[in-house]
Design a protein around this ligand. Structure first.
Ligand SMILES: C[S@@+](CC[C@H](N)C(=O)[O-])C[C@H]1O[C@@H](n2cnc3c(N)ncnc32)[C@H](O)[C@@H]1O
Length: 295
């Protein structure tokens, strides 16, 4: 299921955050959606360029909702200021996985933290540089993958991920083990993902999206395939709630929180398959909080 983070029809007139510095071809392929297994290498090969193409539209569409230095955990609009699942970030070394334009890290830095962003997409990180300049709150950021973090062991007190890398990687056990490696003992890990139960439903914000039509237990990735070349151009991976418990426990984490944000009464915004129609009845986002207790 494409959680509509990546549209099938690509924008033709993107915003250009850097004017003459660089332009990017945002005209993506015409694709068909299917379910099939995809390796870690192929997931990266597809998702990096896909997010490069989509970054301008993503930031133009969702940037105002995210806030230049805001920390939103998902389409329901729950903020870290309200949730506090990371604890006090002041004076802490913090890493954000799949940071996009680093809005969340920027919020952390306005709260006295020392956050670093990392993302697979260079274009997303260019948007982060744009926000650095616009806000004056600078977030150092690196281009890398969550399955191979370019940091020494025991570097961070907190690692977090807001709808970032985790549902885009195939080798999730390795990505979580990498997180454990770079965290200090007792460190905090929190992340949001599409709620696993959403994988039972069509990715439709309307009533059609309320009819269970796919097996919750089918872990076969959602894939978009370039109609012309047959190459995979976008991938999302599904794990059940039980899978997440096993993955986190296996890497030495003790789960302390599983937050399922309710749809706010006055919230009308549609974000891909997230909507008021569905949000009032089924959870769209899962937020895990865990402590590294056993490495
Ligand atoms: C839905 S966006 C979320 C970005 C940001 N957290 C936000 O809230 O706007 C997902 C991000 O994950 C990044 N991503 C995908 N696969 C990744 C990987 N293997 N390692 C690091 N980042 C990845 C994408 O490039 C994209 O910027």
């Amino acid at each position: 299921m494409n959680q509509a983070l990546s549209p099938v029809v690509r924008p033709e007139a993107p915003i250009d955050p850097f004017g003459a510095i660089e332009t990017i071809d945002t005209t993506g392929p015409v694709v068909r959606a299917e379910r099939r297994s995809v390796s870690e290498a192929d997931s990266r090969r597809a998702n990096g360029p896909d997010w490069d193409r989509y970054a301008d539209e993503y930031q133009a569409t969702h940037g105002p909702f995210l806030g230049e230095a805001g920390f939103v955990w998902g389409p329901e609009g729950l903020t870290e200021a309200d949730l506090g699942i990371l604890g006090d970030v002041s004076g802490k070394d913090v890493l954000e996985l799949g940071s996009g334009a680093c809005q969340c890290s920027r919020w952390v830095n306005t709260r006295g933290g020392r956050a670093i962003g990392m993302d697979l997409s260079g274009r997303q990180l260019q948007h982060s540089r744009r926000l650095d300049e616009q806000t004056g709150v600078v977030v150092p950021a690196v281009q890398a993958t969550a399955t191979d973090l370019p940091f020494a062991a025991d570097s961070f007190d907190v690692v977090f991920c807001s709808f970032g890398a985790l549902q885009f990687v195939s080798d999730i056990a390795h990505a979580v083990a990498e997180t454990a490696r770079v965290l200090r003992p007792g460190g905090r890990f929190a992340f949001s993902i599409t709620h696993p139960t959403r994988w039972m439903f069509p990715d439709d914000p309307g009533p059609e999206g309320l009819i269970a039509a796919q097996s919750y237990w089918d872990r076969t990735p959602y894939v978009e395939v370039d109609d012309e070349t047959g190459e995979v151009s976008y991938v999302e991976h599904h794990r059940t709630l039980g899978d997440w418990v096993a993955i986190l426990a296996g890497a030495g984490f003790r789960i302390t929180d599983l937050v399922e944000p309710e749809w706010p009464e006055d919230h009308e915004r549609i974000w891909g398959g997230w909507s008021r129609t569905r949000g009032l009845l089924t959870p769209g986002t899962a937020i895990f909080g865990a402590d590294l207790t056993n490495r």
